[in-house]
Design a protein around this ligand. Structure first.
Ligand code: ATP
Ligand code: MG
Length: 310
């Protein structure tokens, strides 16, 4: 310590831990307070068209109302996250960042993204699928290591591929949101996906299920899903085909075009669970009861399950 050692890290050191330590030392030397490392949330669809991209981009907008958010489109071959909320082509994509990885720093990363809202940027997937093949897991890891140091939330649209590249990203995620629907094919795929996650040693606390387009009156309910998949934190998002599809087709986020839509309200509540805002102006009575005007409207059906009430 007397020789000037500021941090000691156990070997082998993970790139994300190393990057965080370098950032801590750099901030200390500049007299700045340490910054919390951002949360890394991965969205993976257990079946094509489950809604992973829609949910990741929509939650990005919601979280960005109070925090800084970067969405990285890791669906390298079919990534379309940017087009859900923006109608122009990106000047730069993840493939350009990977090709020039030696230049990677916070300003290069920010310059490679498209800012879709004041606090929300997207690093788009490559336009050309052949470029996707050149992106390596360690390049993705370096991008994520830097991203969590500069954004409060880093959201990953993982698509559906579970390969060495997506596993590298999933390893570092604090939470993996498995996006599914309440149908048998989706449940079957979710079961396979959860088995893969188990074999990768991901704990149950790292995984949450999102049952998208959920119809409370449908034949498959939450209890059936839990019976088939086991107990995980589970969120339901209602179905609103017309307005959701119109918002995607126009590249306008649902929460700006249809704030009162049940899906928008559900996702606003969900975002408040993911990023609780400091309670201000609550009475002592409300604080003692743990509620307040700004709190999300949650009803818990079981101790494990969190339902966001639409
Ligand atoms: N809550 C919802 N209510 C109604 N329709 C929805 C909802 N969420 C998604 N959709 C519809 O499902 C379609 C597929 O969604 P999305 O592209 O986000 O799925 P994905 O899991 O990312 O699929 P892919 O496998 O193509 O990446 C959307 O175009 C939209 O029409
Ligand atoms: Mg998608």
């Amino acid at each position: 310590m007397r020789a000037g050692v500021a941090e000691v890290l156990p070997a082998p050191v993970a790139p994300l831990d190393l990057a965080a330590a370098v950032e801590r030392v750099a901030r200390k030397q500049r007299g700045l307070a340490p910054r919390a490392v951002g949360k890394l949330f991965a969205f993976i669809a257990c079946k094509g068209g489950s809604g992973a991209t829609f949910l990741a981009t929509s939650l990005g907008f919601q979280l960005a109302e109070a925090k800084t958010v970067l969405l990285v489109d890791l669906n390298l071959q079919f990534g379309d996250a940017l087009s859900f909320v923006h109608d122009a082509r990106p000047a730069s994509t993840l493939a350009d960042v990977a090709r020039d990885i030696g230049r990677l720093d916070a300003s290069f990363l920010a310059a490679s993204t498209v800012r879709v809202a004041p606090n929300f940027s997207i690093l788009a997937a490559p336009d050309d699928h052949t470029q996707a093949l050149d992106i390596t897991p360690s390049q993705v890891e370096a991008v994520l290591a830097l991203a969590v140091l500069h954004y409060d939330f880093v959201l990953l649209d993982v698509g559906r591929a579970i390969d060495t590249l997506s596993i590298k990203a999933l390893d570092h995620a604090s939470t993996i949101f498995v996006v599914m629907q309440a149908g048998l094919p989706s449940i079957r795929n979710a079961k396979k996906m959860l088995a893969i996650f188990k074999s990768l040693d991901y704990g149950a606390d790292k995984i949450e299920l999102i049952v998208n387009r959920f119809d409370k009156k449908g034949t498959i309910g939450v209890a059936n899903i839990e019976r088939a998949l086991g107990k995980f934190k589970l969120h339901t998002v209602p179905n609103s085909y017309k307005q959701v599809t119109a918002s995607i087709d126009h590249g306008d986020p649902l929460m700006t075009t249809a704030r009162a839509n049940p899906v928008s309200r559900n996702l606003a509540d969900f975002a408040r669970v993911l990023s609780p805002r400091p309670a201000v102006g609550r009475s002592l009575f409300e604080r003692l009861l743990g509620r307040g005007a700004a709190g999300p409207r949650l009803s818990s059906h079981t101790t494990e399950e969190r339902h966001v009430v639409p």
